[in-house]
Design a binder for this molecule. Structure first.
Ligand code: GLY
Ligand code: MN
Ligand code: MN
Length: 438
């Protein structure tokens, strides 16, 4: 399952329709990154660049020139039979025109010379300055190159605008084609969590459970996860970004797994927390039921028109009341919410936008106000409770328990659709699944 070439063309057109006349946008591809001597990290294209091109080679640049005859110009690595023997096939300028819909394409070596020509006489340059030092310097060089020719009548762009304002607002709203991909990413990710529940047992290493997840992703079309999988047994679940995954899974502990696949550049992002040996203890169950009730209440509140922050506020309200009922917090709920007492147990927000990036692009506030949910947005809902092993303000029996439950939710015209519901989260369903085994 992939985004079609006509889908990429539509995105470029939509962006160009929102640019002003007489302007140019430039969007760079990612470069390869060295891991250690002569070895690179697996290449992952830049999300903005891929969103507009579908082209997954490094060292390329997209130039969009809107107008009656809008033009798509690409720079890319030239064909090189010798290099291709060592490092693999390159599309080259001809391939970029034929396969990726560019009107004109040139070798990246010609970038400096041609960009001076392409920018000359344009009013406005759309470019996200500050994320790529090398390209920032090159852009300065191009502008200065035009200014040097001022006496010959050359005019450099008068304005520079951050492209990400336009582009990221566009990416925030998912098309039907994107929603289909994210539905599939949600399903594959959920099935991997089912697999982990089925095979989990005391004595396994955390990384072995991670391997089950990675295996399921790869066997279903996703070579890599969307982010480093978190598999934290016992107290490790209280470390929010625990990715070492190197400890033994022990009888009597919970294990928290936060893992999602990347399917054609779209992320799943699911967390489940379950008992290593298949049965919750009384304390684990009490805290788990509170996180689950919170998550369900938050999901239930999702529909167009609801400010995103209201979903977060709902999580704070339900968790605070529950922590008082269980005796982990003491006092007046309103006051505890006001003073942020819940932050000792719940130190992150309810979630984030989800898309090509796991923490996806798009503003959360507009003109200083939290924005409202709209159809086509995808967000995660991931409340948690993390009782530090050092928290001596609570009874010892609660310490070291960490729980998060996370699902991916598409805002629809009249409510929501959970994209990641193919993995159980009710206590009895998890226990039944684990009793059955693989
Ligand atoms: N997996 C990262 C997050 O849940 O935000
Ligand atoms: Mn998340
Ligand atoms: Mn997550």
């Amino acid at each position: 399952m992939r985004i079609s070439q006509s889908g990429f063309a539509l995105r470029r057109q939509q962006l160009m329709d929102n640019m002003s006349p007489g302007s140019v946008a430039i969007v760079p591809a990612a470069s390869e990154v060295t891991r250690n001597r002569d070895v690179e990290y697996p290449f992952r294209q830049d999300s903005d660049f891929y969103y507009l091109t579908g082209f997954n080679e490094p060292d390329a640049l997209l130039v969009l020139i809107p107008g009656a005859e809008g033009q798509v110009v690409m720079f890319c690595r030239d064909r090189d039979p010798e290099m291709e023997i060592w490092n693999g096939y390159r599309a080259g300028p001809l391939g970029v025109c034929n396969q990726y819909g560019a009107d004109h394409a040139y070798p990246i070596d010609e970038l400096d010379e041609r960009m001076v020509e392409l920018l000359e006489g344009k009013q406005r340059l759309y470019y996200s300055i500050g994320t790529n030092d090398n390209l920032d310097a090159q852009v300065r060089g191009w502008l200065n190159g035009i200014r040097k020719k001022a006496r010959l009548g050359a005019v450099a762009p008068a304005e520079m605008v951050m492209l990400d304002r336009l582009l990221h607002e566009q990416r925030l709203f998912k098309s039907a084609e994107e929603a289909d991909l994210m539905r599939a990413a949600g399903r594959i990710s959920a099935e991997a969590h089912v697999r982990a529940m089925q095979v989990c047992k005391p004595g396994l290493m955390e990384y072995q459970l991670e391997a089950e997840i990675s295996h399921h992703f790869a066997m279903h079309g996703c070579r890599l996860p969307a982010y480093s999988s978190i598999v934290g047994g016992g107290e490790n679940a209280c470390v929010l970004h625990y990715t070492e995954n190197q400890d033994l899974l022990n009888e009597g502990d919970l294990v928290l797994i936060d893992a999602g696949c990347e399917l054609d550049y779209y992320a799943g992002d699911i967390t489940r927390t379950f008992p290593v040996s298949g049965k919750f203890s009384a304390e684990q169950k009490a805290l788990y039921e509170l996180v689950l009730a919170t998550q369900l209440a938050c999901i239930e509140a999702i529909r167009p028109g609801v400010p995103w922050i209201c979903i977060h506020d709902k999580s704070v309200e339900v968790l605070t009341h529950g922590l008082i009922d269980l005796g982990l917090l003491h006092g007046d709920p309103e006051e505890l919410i006001e003073t942020g007492a819940y932050r000792a147990f719940y130190m992150h927000r309810i979630g984030h936008w989800l898309g090509m990036d796991v923490h996806d692009v798009g503003d959360y506030k507009i003109d200083g106000e939290w924005r409202s949910l709209e159809p086509g947005m995808v967000l995660t809902v991931e409340p948690g409770l993390y009782v530090s092993p050092q928290n001596d303000s609570v009874d010892e029996k609660w310490r070291g328990i960490g729980i998060r439950i996370e699902d991916d939710v598409l805002v629809t015209d009249d409510g929501y659709e959970v994209l990641s519901d193919a993995v159980p989260k009710a206590v009895d369903e998890i226990e039944a699944l684990m009793a059955h085994g693989a």
